[in-house]
Write a protein of this length. Structure first.
Length: 127
């Protein structure tokens, strides 16, 4: 792990399509709620925990980000569905919008975030 990264959780804390890990990310405007999840296939993704529709946090219960099938992230407030790899809204009131993606890294049994990594403003072009 590089010095300019901070550990979010152990890799084992994230099961495929299972509960996510909540954390905060610093921004010039103050801290933002964020989360990391492991998608089906094993990849770890992280996003600012804010639905683009109303700005509410996605999880109804802390860490519950996936809908029942485990294929999509779901906003508990209005039911919007998001592709967990790209953050793109595929259904719901904010269809076509995206979650703000965060740079995340997994190695040596840890999931880490570069310190002061700003959220992306749109979809990651290389999911």
């Amino acid at each position: 792990m590089a010095r300019d990264e901070r550990v979010i959780c152990a890799s084992a804390d994230l099961a495929e399509a299972g509960p996510g890990v909540r954390f905060e990310v610093g921004t010039p405007g103050g801290p933002l709620a964020a989360f990391a999840v492991r998608v089906l296939g094993g990849m770890v993704c992280a996003y600012v925990n804010r639905c683009p529709h109303m700005g509410t946090e996605l999880d109804w219960q802390p860490g519950d980000f996936f809908e029942e099938s485990g294929l999509y992230l779901v906003c508990a407030t209005h039911g919007a569905l998001f592709d967990p790899v790209t953050g793109y809204c595929v259904a719901g009131p904010c269809r076509g919008a995206t979650l703000a993606r965060l740079a995340i890294r997994e190695d040596n049994g840890r999931v880490s975030l570069p310190n002061e990594a700003p959220p992306a403003t749109g979809p990651d072009p290389t999911p």
